[in-house]
Design a protein around this ligand. Structure first.
Ligand SMILES: Cc1ncc(COP(=O)(O)O)c(C=O)c1O
Length: 385
């Protein structure tokens, strides 16, 4: 047997992907499956972005770019902060990355020495602990519930901070709970982290997909390291493009990491993404956001009527994290397995997102049409009977 790196023992597989694999296998056998497991918008990439990519290909924009990204895109991202948030950011602090994933990898490479800890929520995005483990760091998971809005707070950061803790990582809106952090809460967490000479990392990749009247604040305002992505609101999952904004003092370090780890982000995707900030593309994305809001309301209402516990209305992203009805005694993995095998409905077990009360929870993605959500609710109702 070959010996691979020991750290692999602490890196777990993505359960949502396993569900997807089984769903695809059933489909190959001719079964119809309703997909509510994947974290990917069902809409196609907006046409202006696709057209810009075609123009980039036709004009030969297929070479390496600067490691931090093309200056035009970094400037467009800086303009986006000015126009949408009223926040000024120097484009030199912006690194275009291979998705939010590339941004998380660069962040951990920047901050984590072996044994260093990163505070994060349980439940949370499944890959977060694995990014930390990839640098032989320690994922320090903080159990969160509806009573604390499924988020870290200044108080929980203070309580859970250890001698080896280097950073706190939060997402707003969060995966899997859709909960968001307001500016005052972000500021309080930032103060707590800065008092301990640590770093606050804020994952804003579901920004734009938030459904209340008031717009979400960016954690740039509180001096956090901020990452975002073209995957979700911009509908570009397969283009692998995101961005990371770091303090000025970290720019040389992140630049050398980006050069060595990636050389540069995809040239074609970067050219395409320039069109993501045009009014035409934005109008398409905003109409998709309205569709997501309608779907959320339908799914949430249906699940609550079936006895699922969703104590807080998810304010953003496209997920409902629901507690199984009290009548259901089995664990979330067997619930998801049965639902897929018997009803052809694919959802994700809570155990993908952590360990705290994970067995009692499931995540449903509403990145699917209203009709499919109605069918799924009917299938879940049949299974519960
Ligand atoms: C909270 C969160 N962060 C980061 C990512 C990574 O996404 P991408 O690399 O496509 O930007 C995801 C993907 O689902 C996510 O849910």
């Amino acid at each position: 047997m070959e010996q691979y790196a020991q750290r692999l023992a602490s890196i777990s597989a993505f359960k949502a992907m396993k569900v997807l694999d089984r769903a695809k296998a059933l489909e190959a056998l001719g079964r119809r499956v309703i997909h509510l497991e994947v974290g990917e918008p069902d809409f196609a990439t907006p046409a202006p972005i696709v057209a810009a990519a075609k123009r980039a290909l036709d004009s030969g924009q297929t070479k390496y770019t600067p490691a931090p990204g093309i200056p035009e895109l970094r400037a467009a991202i800086a303009d986006h902060y000015q126009s949408d948030y009223g926040v000024e950011v120097d484009s030199q602090r912006i690194f275009v990355t291979a998705g939010g994933s590339g941004a998380l990898l660069l962040t951990m490479a920047l901050l984590i020495d072996p044994g260093d800890g990163v505070l994060m929520t349980d439940p949370g995005y499944p890959c977060n602990p694995n990014f930390v483990h990839s640098f032989n760091g320690v994922a320090q998971r903080v159990p969160v519930t509806a009573s604390n809005n499924y988020q870290l707070s200044a108080a929980s950061v203070a309580r859970h901070w250890q001698d080896n803790t280097r950073a706190a990582l939060v997402a707003s809106p969060a995966n899997p709970t859709g909960s968001v952090l307001q500016l005052a809460e972000l500021q309080d967490i930032a103060n707590e982290v800065q008092r301990r000479s640590g770093f606050l990392i804020v994952d804003e990749i579901y920004h734009g997909l938030d459904y209340s009247e008031a717009s979400l604040p960016t954690a740039l305002e509180v001096g956090a390291i901020v990452l975002n992505s073209f995957s979700k609101f911009f509908g570009m999952t397969g283009w692998r493009l995101g961005w990371l904004i770091v303090p000025e003092s970290a720019v040389p370090a992140v630049e050398k990491l980006a050069q060595n780890l990636f050389i540069c982000p995809s040239a074609i995707s970067q050219r395409a993404a320039l069109a993501a900030f045009t009014p035409e593309a934005k109008a398409i994305m905003l109409s998709q956001r309205s569709a997501f809001a309608e779907r959320r309301d339908l799914l949430l209402d249906g699940l609550r009527k079936l006895g699922f516990g969703v104590p807080i209305t998810p304010a953003g992203a496209f997920y409902v994290y629901a507690e199984l009805p009290a009548s259901w005694t089995a664990d979330s993995e067997s619930f998801c397995r049965l639902l897929l095998e018997e009803q052809g409905i694919a959802i994700t077990p809570g155990t993908d997102f952590g360990t705290y009360q994970a067995d009692r929870h499931v995540r449903l993605s509403y990145a699917n049409e209203l009709g499919a959500l109605e069918e799924a609710l009917a299938g879940i109702a049949r299974m519960l009977q």
